[in-house]
Ligand binder design. Structure first.
Ligand code: ZN
Length: 958
C-alpha cells in the first residue's frame, strides 16, 4: 500500500556511500559548457575544441539545416532510441501564447497529415511501445523533446519511428475539435502539477530573477491562455520554431549508421526551412541585484533558507583546459558540501541538510547559492553554521586530506567508466548527443577522459582547487535572502538580514583536521566452507550453500562490463510488523545513518573513499534487503560492508534524529494533494483499520527508537536465513572466496526462510459504501478511485490475465476520459496479485479531475468496466495491450537489473524461474474472451469500493 512509502520518504539518508557519481566529464547539470557561437555554416563545436571526439558518433547537417546525431551501440542488445529535439520551449511564446509550446507537444499525438487523431499511440502500442513509458515527450523553457524507445532494432520499426517524428516536425493539423478536447487534458495536467512545491518554485524564480523571461514564461502557461487556445495561435508558434535549422534527429542503438543516415535523409529532406528568426531570450537578468529579502509561507513547506548572488554567465569553450578547471571546481564544491553533510550528521545537528552550488542558466546568468534545510524553529542556528562553512572555505581553503578523498572518488568513477566503456547504455549516448546539441559539449570516450584525469591529477592540490573555486563563486556579499516554510521566522525579514550580517562579521578559525583510521571490518575469522554447489538447468544460475547456512546465487553476465549487482535478503522484513507492533521495522531504512559499531556513517564515507561501494537497506514484505552495485575490484569491500552491517550495526543516535525530523515534515504535508490524501487513508479503508496496513498517528512514529528497532530485528539479523545474489561481471571462484571470507564466516544461522503463518492474513473490506476524503491542496483538484478485491498471484495464468485486463482497461480509460471527454490527464489502472498474503489481490482504476467533472467521469469509468464485462474487446485492443508486455518479456534478461529479479531468491523461490520461462507462451495465447472472463468474475460495478477525494470544504480542522 502507498503508506508503506513512508519508510522510503523518511530515509532520505539511505544514500550510497560513494555512488557511481558520474565522472565530471559527463556531468551536465550545473557545469554546462558552451562554445562561442560558431560560424553560421558550422553548427558543431568541434573546430573550436582540442578535445578528441568519440569517433563512433556520426553527426551531419541536411541541406535544409536539420542536424542529426547517430551513435551505434549494442547495450541493451537489439534495441534503440529515436529522439526529435526542437530547440525551443516556453521562452519562445508571446504573452498570449503562454503554455502553447507544451500544448503543441500534446497536439503531435492528436492528428497529423498522415496519422489520424489517436492513431499515433495505437500504432506504437501495436509495435510494443507503451504510452508514457516508451512513447513520450517533454517541454521545458528552451527545449521540446519527442522520445521513442524502440524494443527492437528492426528496420521497419526504425522507419515507422522516423516517419512519426517527421509527421511531428511539420505535419501537425491542429483541427479545432482536437484543440478543444486537448484544452481539457492540459487543464487537467496543470491541476495535477499545481502543488505547493510548484508554487514555491515559481515564487522563488520571481524573487531571484524578477522581470526575466524565464521567471514569467512558466511552461504550464495560464488557465486563461490555455482556455483561449486557437488552432491559429498554436500554428503560429509551431511554424515559428519547428524549423529544420532549429531541430535535430538523434538515433542511438544497434543500427547500421549508413542505413540510419539514409533513412533520416529520406524522411526529413522534404522539411522546408522558412526564414530564420532571432532566438528567444531568457533575460534580462538584474545581475547587480542584492540586499533583498523574502519570506514565503505555505503550510506544507519545511523551513528552507536560500542565500544567492548572481553574476554574468561565463562563456567557456569546451576544451581540455576548461574541463581541467571544471574538475578543480567540482572538487572544491564537493569538499564544501562534504563539510556541510558532516555537520548534518553530528549529534544535535545545526540543520537537516545544507548545500552550496553555482548554477548556470540559459547561457545568461550564473548564480551562487547556499541552501539550508533548517529544523523547525532553528533557522538561525542552521543559517549560522552553513554561513560559517562557506566563509571558512573561501578564507582558508581545504586540506590535503579533503582533496585526496575527492580525488580518490573521482578517480574511481572515471576508471570505472573507462572499464565499462564497451557496454555503455543507449541512454548514456543519448545524453551525450543532447549535451552536444544543447551545450556544445564535445562527446569524448571514457578512455580519453581517464587519460586527461591522469595528466591533471599531479596538479590537483588545495591551492589549485581554491583558485578555481574562487573564479567561479559569486561572493555572497549583501545577498538575496529567501526564507520558505510553514511559519514565519521570528523577527521576519529584518531578523534574517541581521543574522546574515552578524555572521559575516565573525572572526573564524581554520578547520581542524580529524585523524582518519582504517576500515575496521576486513577480517571475519575463518572463511566458511561450501557444502553444496549446483547449476540450475532453466537459466543457468549457480546455487551454492555455505556450512553456516548462507545461500549464494551467481549469474555471470557480460551485459555491463565492470559492474556487479549485489543483493542480500535476510528473513523477516515486514513480517515482523504485527497488529500489536505495526511499526516494528519502520526505521529499518535509517540503519545506515546509524553507522557501524566502529564507524559513524561520516567516517565510513572517508575511510571507504575511492571504493565503488554502497548500501541501501529496506524492510520488504518478507525480508530485509541490502542492495548495491559495485565493481569486481571493490567486491571485497562491498561484501565486508554487508557483513559488518549484519554483525555490528551501530544504531548511532544520528539515525534516530534524522528519522524523527523527517516524520514531522511528512505529517505536515500529509493531505497536501489528492494523491497523498488517498495514499494515507487507503490502507486503513481496505483493511478495516488493520494496524499493519494503516498509517499510524504521528506520535507513534515520533516515539520510535533504535533501541526498539534493535529489539525487533536483532534476533533475525543474528539467526535468520540469508540468501545473497551476485549478477554481472565477476570471476566466480574469486566471488565465492570473498563470500566465504565475509558472510560465509558469520556464525551458523537458519537455512530456511520463515513461514510466518500467523502473519499472512490480509483482508479486503466488506464495507463498500462510497467514501469521501478531503485534501488540503488546490480547490480545483479531485480524484476518483474505484477498487475491487481479486485473488492472489499463485496461479500464473490468472495473474497474466489480470495484468492484461489492467492494460486493456487503461487503454480504454485513456480513450474515453482523455481523448473523448478531455477530462483527465492520466487515468490509471493497476492489478496486484499478492504472493505474500494468500487470497489477496486488488484491481483499481483512478482518474484526476476537477470536482465538477466527478459525476461524468464516474459514469464514463463505469461504462468502461461495463463494456469489459459485456463483450470481448476487439483483437486490436487486445494486441495493443499485450505487445508491450511481450516486449518486456523479451527484453527482461538484457540488463543485470532484470536478471536480479530472478536471481535474488533463485534457491528459495525457485518457482519464479519456471513462471518466467513459461509466462510468455501463456500470455501470447490469451484471448479477448479470457479478459472478459476476468472482468466478469472480479469487476462487478455494484461490488466496487469507490473513494472520491475532494478539496477540504474549509471547516477549520481544529
Ligand atoms: Zn503534458
Amino acid at each position: 500500500m502507498k503508506f508503506r512509502a513512508l519508510t522510503a520518504l523518511l530515509c532520505a539518508a539511505a544514500l550510497p556511500l560513494a555512488a557511481y557519481a558520474q565522472a565530471p566529464e559527463y556531468q551536465t547539470t550545473d557545469a554546462a559548457v558552451s562554445v562561442p557561437a560558431a560560424a553560421a555554416d558550422d553548427p558543431w563545436p568541434f573546430a573550436a575544441s582540442d578535445l578528441p571526439v568519440d569517433p563512433d558518433y556520426r553527426v551531419g547537417v541536411l541541406d535544409n539545416g536539420l542536424r542529426y546525431v547517430i551513435r551505434p551501440n549494442g547495450t541493451p542488445a537489439g534495441q534503440g532510441m529515436v529522439y526529435l529535439w526542437v530547440n525551443a520551449g516556453s521562452l519562445g511564446e508571446e504573452p498570449d501564447q503562454a503554455g502553447y509550446a507544451h500544448m503543441v507537444e500534446h497536439m503531435a499525438f492528436n492528428g497529423t497529415t498522415n496519422v489520424p487523431e489517436g492513431e499515433m499511440i495505437r500504432l506504437l502500442e501495436r509495435e510494443g511501445l507503451a504510452f508514457g513509458a516508451d512513447t513520450n515527450a517533454s517541454t521545458t523553457f528552451d527545449r521540446t523533446t519527442y522520445t521513442l524507445d524502440l524494443p527492437r532494432n528492426d528496420e521497419g520499426l526504425l522507419d515507422t519511428a522516423l516517419m512519426l517524428m517527421r509527421e511531428t516536425a511539420s505535419e501537425i493539423l491542429f483541427e479545432p475539435e482536437a484543440v478543444a478536447r486537448e484544452i481539457g487534458v492540459i487543464h487537467s495536467e496543470q491541476r495535477v502539477r499545481d502543488t505547493f512545491q510548484l508554487r514555491n518554485l515559481l515564487a522563488r524564480l520571481e524573487f531571484l530573477y524578477p522581470g526575466s523571461q524565464f521567471a514569467q514564461n512558466w511552461v504550464g502557461g495560464t488557465e486563461e491562455t490555455i482556455a483561449n487556445a486557437t488552432s491559429q495561435r498554436l500554428r503560429d508558434y509551431y511554424e515559428r520554431w519547428y524549423r529544420p535549422d532549429n531541430a535535430a534527429v538523434i538515433v542511438v542503438g544497434e543500427f547500421d549508421p549508413d542505413q540510419v543516415e539514409a533513412a533520416i535523409r529520406q524522411h526529413f529532406a522534404s522539411w522546408e526551412a522558412p526564414a530564420v528568426e532571432a532566438p528567444a531570450s531568457a533575460g534580462p537578468i538584474p545581475y547587480e541585484r542584492q540586499g533583498d529579502t523574502e519570506v514565503y509561507l505555505d503550510p506544507a513547506l519545511s523551513a528552507e533558507i536560500l542565500i544567492t548572488r548572481h553574476g554574468p554567465y561565463i562563456d567557456r569553450p569546451d576544451t581540455v583546459e576548461s574541463r581541467r578547471e571544471r574538475v578543480l571546481r567540482q572538487i572544491g564544491y564537493g569538499i564544501i558540501n562534504r563539510r556541510l553533510t558532516r555537520l548534518a550528521r553530528e549529534d544535535n545537528p545545526p540543520f537537516r541538510s545544507a548545500g552550496m552550488v553555482t548554477e548556470e542558466n540559459f547561457e545568461i546568468v550564473r548564480s551562487t547559492s547556499l541552501v539550508v534545510q533548517a529544523a523547525e524553529g532553528e533557522w538561525e542556528r542552521g543559517l549560522a553554521a552553513a554561513q560559517e562553512e562557506y566563509r571558512r572555505a573561501m578564507l582558508y581553503g581545504f586540506s590535503e586530506g579533503e582533496v585526496a578523498e575527492q580525488v580518490a572518488n573521482l578517480r574511481a568513477a572515471i576508471e570505472s567508466n573507462a572499464a565499462g566503456e564497451n557496454t555503455r547504455n543507449n541512454r548514456d549516448f543519448m545524453t551525450g548527443a543532447l549535451t552536444l546539441l544543447q551545450d556544445g559539449q564535445v562527446p569524448t570516450t571514457p578512455a580519453s577522459a581517464l587519460e586527461r584525469f591522469e595528466a591533471l591529477e599531479p596538479t590537483i592540490n588545495p591551492e589549485t582547487v581554491l583558485a578555481a573555486l574562487k573564479e567561479d563563486v559569486v561572493p555572497l556579499d549583501n545577498p538575496l535572502i529567501r526564507y520558505a516554510g510553514r511559519e514565519a521566522p521570528e523577527g521576519g525579514a529584518e531578523a534574517l538580514r541581521a543574522a546574515w550580517d552578524e555572521g559575516m562579521a565573525l572572526v573564524l578559525q581554520p578547520r581542524e583536521e580529524a585523524a582518519l583510521g582504517e576500515f575496521a571490518y576486513t577480517d571475519f575469522g575463518t572463511p566458511g566452507t561450501v557444502v553444496s554447489d549446483a547449476v540450475e538447468p532453466l537459466l543457468g544460475i549457480r546455487q551454492i550453500t555455505f556450512a553456516n547456512g548462507v545461500k549464494l546465487n551467481l549469474k555471470r553476465t557480460d551485459l555491463e562490463e565492470d559492474r556487479v549487482s549485489v543483493q542480500l535478503n535476510i528473513d523477516g522484513g515486514q513480517m515482523l510488523d504485527t497488529r500489536e507492533a505495526p511499526l516494528a521495522t519502520a526505521m529499518t531504512s535509517s540503519l545506515l545513518v546509524g553507522g557501524l559499531g566502529e564507524h559513524s556513517l561520516d567516517e565510513l564515507q572517508s575511510v571507504l573513499a575511492g571504493a565503488q561501494v554502497g548500501l541501501n537497506i529496506d524492510a520488504d514484505e518478507e525480508t530485509f534487503r541490502f542492495r548495491s552495485t559495485t565493481t569486481p575490484r571493490d567486491l571485497d569491500t562491498q561484501l565486508q560492508l554487508f557483513a559488518a552491517m549484519i554483525a555490528d550495526p551501530g544504531y548511532r543516535p544520528q539515525g534516530e534524529e534524522q528519522y524523527q525530523r523527517n516524520v514531522s515534515n511528512f505529517f505536515a504535508r500529509l493531505n497536501a494533494t489528492p494523491d497523498a490524501a488517498l495514499g494515507n487513508e487507503l490502507g486503513s479503508i481496505l483493511s478495516d483499520n488493520d494496524p499493519r496496513f494503516s498509517l499510524q498517528p504521528e506520535e507513534a512514529y515520533l516515539q520510535l527508537s533504535f533501541a526498539g528497532l534493535r529489539d525487533a530485528i536483532a534476533e533475525r539479523w543474528q539467526n535468520g536465513a540469508i540468501e545473497l545474489a551476485l549478477v554481472g561481471d565477476f570471476d566466480e571462484q574469486a566471488a565465492i572466496d570473498l563470500v566465504a571470507a565475509t558472510l560465509g564466516a558469520l556464525p551458523p544461522r537458519e537455512a530456511d526462510f520463515g513461514a510466518w503463518a500467523d502473519n499472512r492474513d490480509r483482508r479486503f473490506t466488506d464495507s463498500r459504501y462510497p467514501r469521501i476524503l478531503y485534501h488540503q491542496g488546490e480547490d480545483n483538484q479531485a480524484l476518483l478511485h474505484m477498487m475491487w478485491p481479486t485473488r492472489d498471484g499463485e496461479d500464473l495464468r490468472e495473474t497474466l490475465e489480470l495484468e492484461l485486463l489492467q492494460a486493456v482497461a487503461r487503454s480504454l480509460l485513456l480513450d474515453t476520459l482523455r481523448e473523448e471527454l478531455g477530462q483527465t490527464y492520466s487515468p490509471s489502472a493497476s492489478a496486484q496479485q499478492s504472493r505474500v498474503y494468500p487470497g489477496y489481490g486488488t484491481f483499481a482504476i483512478s482518474a484526476s479531475l476537477t470536482p465538477d467533472d466527478v459525476p461524468a467521469a464516474r459514469d464514463a469509468m463505469l461504462q468502461v468496466i461495463d463494456s469489459l464485462r459485456s463483450a470481448p474487446v476487439d483483437e486490436d485492443t487486445l494486441q495493443r495491450a499485450r505487445a508491450p508486455q511481450l516486449e518486456a518479456y523479451d527484453n527482461l534478461l538484457k540488463t543485470n537489473g532484470g536478471w536480479m529479479g530472478l536471481v535474488d531468491r533463485a534457491q528459495t523461490q525457485a518457482d519464479r524461474l519456471e513462471r518466467y520461462t513459461e509466462g510468455r507462451a501463456v500470455l501470447e495465447a490469451l484471448t479477448p474472451e479470457d479478459v472478459q472472463e476476468m472482468a466478469l468474475r472480479y469487476l462487478d460495478p455494484a461490488e466496487r469500493l469507490e473513494i472520491t477525494v475532494l478539496p477540504d470544504p474549509g471547516e477549520a480542522a481544529d
